[in-house]
Write a new protein. Structure first.
Length: 102
């Protein structure tokens, strides 16, 4: 997806985040996000989780997710802040990381 496509999901996204996502095509394809429907679902979820591509860090500390076995957070620190994926569930963290863009 190019930057203009990404702006359809979040018109006010930070340029650095949009730029990083726009070059992630190979990583997305390798992760099985390889159809238009999957790409739309993934980008919409990422847009939601990142406050419209405004941040790559959760606003909360993540302490509420510590020890949540139902999320796969069985190791100390699994619920703490993470960059890029914004996922508290250790079992659900994707391979794709967009670091140093927030």
């Amino acid at each position: 997806m190019n930057i203009e496509d990404l702006k359809r999901f979040a018109p006010g996204g930070k340029p650095a985040i949009l730029a990083a996502l726009s070059v992630a095509g190979d990583d997305l394809n390798a992760a099985g996000i390889n159809t238009p429907l999957r790409l739309c679902h993934f980008m919409r979820q990422i847009a939601h989780e990142s406050d419209g591509f405004q941040t790559m860090m959760e606003y909360a500390s993540g302490a509420a997710y510590e020890g949540r076995k139902d999320l796969g957070n069985i190791q100390n620190g699994d619920g703490k802040k993470r960059d890029a994926d914004l996922s508290r569930a250790a079992a659900n963290r994707p391979q794709l990381r967009v670091s140093d863009v927030s």
